[in-house]
Design a protein around this ligand. Structure first.
Ligand code: CP
Ligand code: NVA
Length: 312
């Protein structure tokens, strides 16, 4: 049975991941090769939270596959007036070829996928951001030539992006160290799922409160915002106080491997989670990551629609 949906990185097998990265590279050089795939059809993209990269990269990816992106949010759909997720999922399955969804609770995306007969893609929830991790792996593979033997250090809030990176590194066998302040560590259940993958791949997972220990020998230093969409604004000052020692500064980057790249999913806040000299400096690959969102989105839709993924 082919994998129908992508809800989290751990849904994929290693062969699936390799296939998606290879396909992304193929699509980078031949973006219109599969332009007949979606001819005359739509893919619905639903955003309950703002988005620049995900919304626009999926729009371009769908167009490159010959389809039309239909972008909607909660205020346009009857979902916002109490229609059930299940009814919505069954109805859109009669119209569109795939459904890409960004929302708050991860459970909503799982319910959507269970009820829909078309592929459902998690475009970010409070727990996962698998599409971002795919683009990040592609960026690293293209920069270093391979993923084997690499170490990524994630420094900051143990959030959705950190969770998907934990699963992605553990699946591929890359080492990962996550440095977060007490109270902002990654979710325990997701860490456990990543540990299981790591046991099979040989990846080493370290979770620490020491950013300098985390970046030692790291080939990539990654950070993300301190307040994610959906986090309580009232917590802002507490978060800033706790996370300031975890800012990625030139000094922190200098403590990593000499060939280290700086990564961020964007949007970024210069002077908060990252110093401007770092994100705008020579080690930064953030624009490659952003571009790779489009190639990986196109590869993911293509592979799901052609039933090419086997799953974990
Ligand atoms: N990185 C990312 O998902 O960006 P957007 O929130 O702009 O989609
Ligand atoms: N952690 C961030 C990622 C944005 C792409 C958020 O959820 O807001």
């Amino acid at each position: 049975m082919a994998l129908k949906d992508l809800l989290r990185v751990a849904d994929l097998g290693l062969a699936d991941l390799r296939h998606l990265l290879d396909l992304s590279d193929e699509l980078r050089s031949e973006p219109y090769r599969y332009h007949d795939l979606l001819r005359g059809d739509t893919v619905i993209t639903y955003f309950a939270k703002p988005s620049t990269r995900t919304r626009l990269s999926f729009g371009s990816a769908i167009a490159r596959l010959g389809g039309t992106p239909e972008v909607v949010g909660p205020t346009e759909l009857q979902l916002g007036r109490g229609e059930t997720i299940e009814d919505t999922a069954r109805v859109v399955s009669r119209y569109a070829r795939a459904f890409v969804i960004r929302t708050f609770a991860d459970d909503e995306v799982c319910r959507f996928a269970d009820a829909a007969s078309i592929p459902v893609v998690n475009a970010l929830t409070d727990l996962h951001h698998p599409c971002q991790a795919l683009a990040d792996l592609l960026t690293l593979r293209n920069h270093f030539g391979q993923l084997d033997g690499l170490k990524l250090a994630y420094v900051g809030d143990g959030n959705n992006v950190a969770h998907s990176l934990l699963e992605a590194c553990a699946l591929t066998g890359m080492d990962i160290a996550v440095a977060s302040p007490a109270g902002f560590e990654p979710d325990a259940a997701i860490r456990e799922a990543a540990e299981k993958l790591a046991a099979a791949s040989g990846s080493e997972i370290v979770v620490t409160h020491d950013p300098f220990a985390a970046v030692r020998d790291a080939d990539a230093v990654y950070t993300d915002v301190w307040l994610s969409m959906g986090d309580d604004e009232a917590e802002r000052s507490h978060r800033i106080a706790a996370l300031t020692p975890f800012r990625v500064t030139p000094e922190l980057l200098a403590a990593a491997s000499g060939r280290c790249v700086f990564m961020h999913c964007l949007p970024a806040h210069r002077g908060e989670e990252v110093a401007a000299e770092v994100i705008d400096g020579p080690h930064s690959v953030v624009l490659d990551q952003a571009e790779n969102r489009m190639h990986t989105a196109q590869a993911l839709l293509l592979a799901l629609l052609r039933g090419e993924l086997r799953g974990a």
